[in-house]
Design a protein around this ligand. Structure first.
Ligand SMILES: *Cc1c(COP(=O)(O)O)cnc(C)c1O
Length: 242
């Protein structure tokens, strides 16, 4: 069995290789170690290898782990899961990044709670490129040909960008779990292109970061411009059952 130090090294080497391959700087890519379902001791072990960004997808688990590890002041918590409005207060309190803004309403709730806490939260707009019903995010399955889809997204992002306590970093997507490499590559390429289009439409937005790539596809994601990769299994092993 390989240990966490070795799996981290392996992942970092792969990121480095994919970055080299596409003439990108590895410093422009942040590894988010997705620690959902994993125990505190394993997070500590990974922290000790130098990783500072961790991802969670359940609010109660985020709150508990953030409380337990609050003395690690430079540890950054990324909330990467779907968020219900009634839970937005805890994300406002404990998260350092939120990757899944998938509707205007959740952005408004978050901003209100953040205001009460005097915090500003960096966020990503979640985009559904593949059109899979099981995936969250603004529907952009046909954005190149569908002006209404583009207009809807633009209108939503204008409202979200106007909220005082959210800071839009860029876009986030998930590729299908089981698909041909070229299909996955096309999803990531489209997220990049959508981001270019969006930033041209709204020049004041300056939201060029891309959160994409998981254990099975982060190499492709880095080649296509990912700046945040969210990796769980390749670092921690399989999810613990809960
Ligand atoms: C679980 C999860 C990941 C990490 O998935 P792995 O395949 O274990 O690397 C990334 N992003 C989101 C949104 C997740 O829920």
């Amino acid at each position: 069995m390989i240990n966490k130090q070795q799996s981290i090294e392996k992942v970092l080497n792969s990121i480095q290789q994919s970055a080299n391959h596409s003439n990108r700087l590895v410093d422009d890519i942040t590894l988010v170690a997705v620690s959902k379902t994993q125990p505190i001791e394993d997070i500590m072990t990974v922290y000790e290898t130098g990783i500072r960004h961790f991802g969670e997808n359940r609010v109660a688990e985020l709150a508990e782990k953030a409380t337990q590890l609050k003395d690690l002041r430079d540890l950054q918590w990324h909330f990467i899961g779907h968020l219900q409005t009634r839970q937005s207060k805890l994300v406002a309190k404990y998260a350092d990044y939120f990757h899944a803004v998938d509707r205007v309403k959740i952005a408004q709730h978050l901003s209100k709670h953040l205001q009460e806490l005097n915090r500003v939260l960096p966020v990503f707009i979640e985009i559904n490129i593949s059109g899979e019903k099981s995936k969250g995010g603004f529907n952009c399955a046909n954005w190149k040909n569908n002006q209404e889809q583009r207009n809807d997204l633009l209108a939503a992002i204008k409202i979200i960008a106007s909220l005082p306590n959210l800071n839009i970093q860029g876009l986030m997507t998930m590729a299908p779990f089981k698909a041909e490499k070229e299909f996955i590559r096309n999803i990531f390429k489209q997220l990049y292109q959508l981001s270019e289009w969006l930033n041209a439409e709204l020049p004041t937005l300056k939201a060029k970061e891309l959160s994409m790539g998981m254990s099975g596809d982060f190499g492709i994601a880095v080649e296509e411009g990912a700046s945040y990769v969210r990796i769980g299994t390749a670092i921690f092993g399989k999810k613990r059952s809960d």
